[in-house]
Write a protein that binds this ligand. Structure first.
Ligand SMILES: *[C@@H]1O[C@H](CO)[C@@H](O)[C@H](O)[C@H]1NC(C)=O
Ligand SMILES: *[C@@H]1O[C@H](CO)[C@@H](O)[C@H](O)[C@H]1NC(C)=O
Ligand SMILES: *[C@@H]1O[C@H](CO)[C@@H](O)[C@H](O)[C@H]1NC(C)=O
Ligand SMILES: *[C@@H]1O[C@H](CO)[C@@H](O)[C@H](O)[C@H]1NC(C)=O
Length: 413
């Protein structure tokens, strides 16, 4: 009897599992999906030993790291967080069996995982943070991820993902941060207007086409669509993003007018529209005195006309680049004063780049006293009457030839 009892308790003991069985399978699949040669001896993953219960042996020498368990009322512990340290593993993501409704964080960033993103990740219904950045993931972004309604942060950046951003992403209603930059995504930017909490959106360095979407979440604080193939005009809706601080639409094919609401915006600090095809600039009514802009880059466009004098009156502005456009006329004295001796309560220009235009006339007096190194100013490659090399802001390239200047505008003296 005693013997029987002891055998029985022994069986009970060895078969008792703390970790939810399905969760053990996921951890096994994750390890087995990797190239065994890439799992370095002594690393966190090499310590995973499934002859013992994972959650019960977490942070022992059998499971040194990689996930977190929380005990649930049912008696099982569930894996709530998986984080594989950046150690350069190579392998694919296991493509089956992802059913961990309790997993809240999955962070496999900065490994060398290749292969597709398994659509079954959408079965991780409790996820609020999914981070697969900086791997070598290929194939499309699974539309099924759009059902992860608790997701707050999604990072798929720096991979080799192709195809469109799924329309279903408009269903990620809890999303606060979305990073898809540095992939090979194509198609139009989908409507994300339902993402009422989204404050950070980075879709830069892809091959997205179409126009800047007319509906964007008004919760946005930072928006980058840099380096895609977006064309068309700036939508009015950008003016409705009243808490936006950073807007980068550079390296696209946008055209038309740079809208005045961008210079009269209650919170915008950094505006980068360089390397597009904008052809004109709307003048703001109130001289931009309410503007919070600190850095403004409109370089490498096709902007024409006189330099906008009001940019010399914007109190916070300290970096202005209007290089490589088709501006003409004289350099406004407001610019020179702001670079050399701004009034009280006004930020000085730390950068004033006006090279590569058709500016003419003399160099404004206040600039002549600027010391090299104190401020970054460039006036090269214009039609200025004289811009001798003794001034640092004239160094690096000559002024344009008389012929180039005359053929651009016959009135240039
Ligand atoms: C979610 O899990 C169920 C059950 O394991 C499976 O049948 C289904 O295909 C999974 N969903 C996806 C999108 O893979
Ligand atoms: C991006 O996709 C295009 C078209 O499929 C392909 O030609 C190109 O090589 C891809 N670029 C990268 C960096 O994967
Ligand atoms: C634009 O993105 C492509 C592809 O990601 C990259 O090769 C290129 O260097 C980027 N260009 C700029 C100006 O950032
Ligand atoms: C001035 O700023 C431009 C643009 O950031 C940079 O390329 C250049 O090196 C800077 N020049 C100096 C002298 O700091």
């Amino acid at each position: 009897m005693l013997l029987l009892l002891s055998v029985f308790t022994k069986i009970l003991h060895t078969t008792h599992s703390i970790t939810f069985p399905g969760d053990i399978q996921i951890l096994k699949d994750l390890k087995n999906g990797l190239d065994p040669n890439s799992i370095t001896p002594g690393s966190c993953l090499s310590s995973w030993d499934f002859s013992v219960d994972p959650c019960d042996h977490l942070f022992t020498n059998r499971f040194t790291c990689g996930f977190r368990c929380d005990r649930l009322v049912s008696g099982f512990s569930r894996v709530t967080e998986i984080t594989l340290d950046p150690t350069g593993y190579t392998g694919s993501l296991a493509s089956t069996g992802w059913t961990l409704p309790y997993l809240q964080t999955l962070d496999l960033s900065e490994n060398s995982f290749h292969g597709p993103i398994p659509g079954s990740l959408s079965n991780l219904t409790g996820l609020n943070r999914l981070c697969l950045s900086m791997n070598s993931l290929t194939g499309p972004v699974p539309g099924s991820l759009g059902s992860l309604s608790l997701l707050e942060e999604l990072y798929l950046d720096n991979n080799f993902l192709v195809g469109p951003i799924p329309f279903s992403f408009n269903g990620l209603v809890g999303l606060k941060r979305l990073e898809l930059q540095q992939n090979n995504l194509s198609g139009e930017v989908p409507d994300l207007g339902k993402l009422k909490n989204l404050y950070y959106l980075d879709l830069s360095d892809n091959r997205l086409s179409g126009e800047v979407p007319a509906t964007l979440p008004t919760s946005l604080v930072e928006l980058s669509l840099r380096n895609n193939t977006l064309f068309g005009k700036l939508p009015n809706s950008l003016g409705g993003l009243v808490i936006l601080q950073v807007l980068d639409l550079s390296y696209n094919e946008l055209n038309g007018r740079v809208r005045s609401f961008l210079f009269d915006h209650p919170s915008l600090e950094q505006l980068t529209l360089s390397h597009n095809r904008f052809s004109s600039l709307e003048v703001v009514n109130n001289e931009g005195v309410n503007s919070k802009l600190i850095a403004l880059d409109l370089s490498y466009n096709e902007l024409r006309g006189l330099l906008p004098a009001f940019m010399g009156s914007m109190t916070e502005l300290s970096a202005l680049s209007l290089e490589h456009n088709k501006f003409t006329g004289m350099i406004p004295s407001q610019y020179a004063v702001k670079a050399a001796r701004p009034g009280h309560g006004t930020s000085p220009f730390e950068r004033l780049l006006l090279g590569g235009n058709y500016l003419f006339g003399p160099i404004p007096g206040p600039l002549l006293g600027l010391k090299e190194g104190s401020v970054n100013v460039s006036l090269v490659d214009n039609c200025l009457y004289r811009c001798p090399d003794m001034f640092f802001f004239c160094q690096g390239a000559d002024q344009k030839s008389m012929q180039d200047c005359k053929s651009f505008g016959p009135y240039i003296p």
